[in-house]
Write a protein that binds this ligand. Structure first.
Ligand code: URA
Length: 191
């Protein structure tokens, strides 16, 4: 109800800042809402803020974020062309995977965020975000690279999962697969 009432992204950010329903907030430094454009054709959704993100209050500003920016640049996109968020808005202690309860507490806000951003395409970064955004439980290697229409909040939008940039940092050989996914994203954006 709190999330649905927000009529703008700014109001949604204020609502999140006042929201105490996610236990992650207690251990986090800052709320990590979004980075990039308030409305964008492409919305990217990751798992959870890490250490750098927690300090800065913005998603994907650490090493994984730098790689993400390079990946976007490779398909001619900058931060101003995209809206970047996570499935949870606060850093899980020690960067553990968010629990289903933590994710569930944030879910109405993510849905409202998607409604307000009105992206034409959504990209889930990594297995955890893919499960949450696509609503399926297959592993990321099976899920990645395929568009499927998802219904989220009151919109239906094509979504694709790709490999998480943090995984690509650890596993450079997987960059080839990520490149194929980036080309699929570019093809959709270019119509
Ligand atoms: N990893 C994520 O999933 N999200 C961030 O914001 C940073 C790293």
């Amino acid at each position: 109800r709190i999330a649905r009432k927000a009529e703008s992204l700014e109001a949604l950010g204020d609502a999140l800042a006042a929201f105490d329903g996610c236990t992650l907030k207690a251990t986090a430094t800052k709320l990590c809402f979004y980075r990039g454009a308030p409305t964008a054709r492409l919305m990217l959704i990751g798992e959870a803020p890490g250490r750098e993100e927690d300090l800065e209050g913005k998603p994907f500003v650490g090493r994984a974020g730098q790689l993400l920016d390079k990946m976007l640049k490779a398909i001619d996109l900058t931060e101003a062309d995209v809206h970047i968020a996570n499935v949870v808005y606060w850093r899980p202690p020690g960067n553990r995977t968010p629990t289903p309860q933590e994710t569930l507490a944030c879910r109405p806000f993510l849905e409202r965020q998607i409604e307000l951003v009105r992206p034409q395409f959504i990209v889930a970064l990594g297995g955890s975000a893919a499960k949450e955004v696509l609503g399926v439980s297959d592993g990321i290697m099976r899920l990645r690279g395929k568009w499927r229409d998802i219904k989220i909040g009151n919109i239906t939008v094509p979504a694709l999962a790709t490999l998480h940039p943090a995984y690509l940092l650890r596993t450079p050989d997987a960059k080839q697969k990520a490149w194929l996914d980036l080309l699929a994203i570019k093809a959709r954006l270019d119509g």
